[in-house]
Design a protein around this ligand. Structure first.
Ligand code: MN
Length: 236
């Protein structure tokens, strides 16, 4: 048995609804521009084409939402509410769309928090999005509901409110690429593993979160998540 040169970091994990066991996070994949209205508001072309993928580090998860310090290095933190898919089985090669359900562990609700100012600057220069998307605690996430316990309705409303005002809302059926499409497309590019999370993209209405703001998000008939942004920046 080999030893590590220092204590290995904890494996990031997310609670599982109605269970003591937790879901260990392997990777976090994210889909960009998966709702036409949001692609339009970001000035991006609306076309089916090829899905946009990016990643966050596994330890960006913030299970249960809750208090979150305003992140460093931004003056324009944005909320993006998203359906999250949890993968429960290793894929060997390509996942056919019609078998995508076999790889599903369950679903959750999450926020793809974004340093919009840094993302806009990166886009303008053709640079990577990592510092805009992959920062610490950039992925608040609800408990994962195993598919055996329930699934969001295919046309369920995905929404987010800030200080009681609704900012984002769209039916899950408005997604350009379905969960089966995305599992298939990702499996062409990466080896999908049990423990992977996939943030499925956000509806129109993204906007700023400020210190003191309280947000609540939901998928009607499925789950909710809430949190608040605190004034004190986290030390870097
Ligand atoms: Mn997003």
């Amino acid at each position: 048995m080999s030893a590590y040169v220092f204590a290995a970091p904890m494996i990031p994990s997310v609670p599982v609804e109605s269970s003591e066991a937790r879901f260990p996070v392997h990777r976090i994949y994210c889909v960009g521009r998966n709702f036409a209205e949001h692609a339009r508001e970001m000035g991006a072309p609306v076309e089916r084409g090829t899905p946009v993928f990016f990643m966050k580090p596994a330890d960006a998860v913030l299970p249960g939402g809750g208090e979150q310090p305003y992140p460093s290095a931004t003056a324009d933190l944005h909320h993006e509410v998203e359906l999250v898919v949890a993968v429960g089985r290793d894929a060997r090669g390509t996942i056919p769309r019609e078998q995508a359900g076999d790889y599903l562990f369950g679903h959750a609700l999450g926020l793809d928090l974004t340093r919009r100012d840094l993302q806009s600057a990166a886009k303008a220069k053709g640079l990577p999005w990592d510092i805009a998307k992959g920062f610490d605690r950039s992925a608040p996430i609800s408990a994962i509901v195993p598919a055996s316990q329930g699934m969001p309705a295919s046309d369920a409303l995905l929404w987010l409110e800030v200080n009681g005002t609704r900012r984002q809302a769209a039916a899950l059926s408005d997604m350009i690429f379905s969960v089966a499409d995305i599992l298939h497309e990702l499996s062409l590019r990466f080896e999908l593993r049990a423990g992977d999370l996939i943030f499925m993209g956000t509806p129109a209405g993204v906007g700023a979160l400020l210190p003191g703001d309280r947000w609540t998000a939901g998928i009607d008939g499925f789950t909710t998540l809430s949190g608040c942004i605190t004034a004190t920046p986290h030390p870097v």
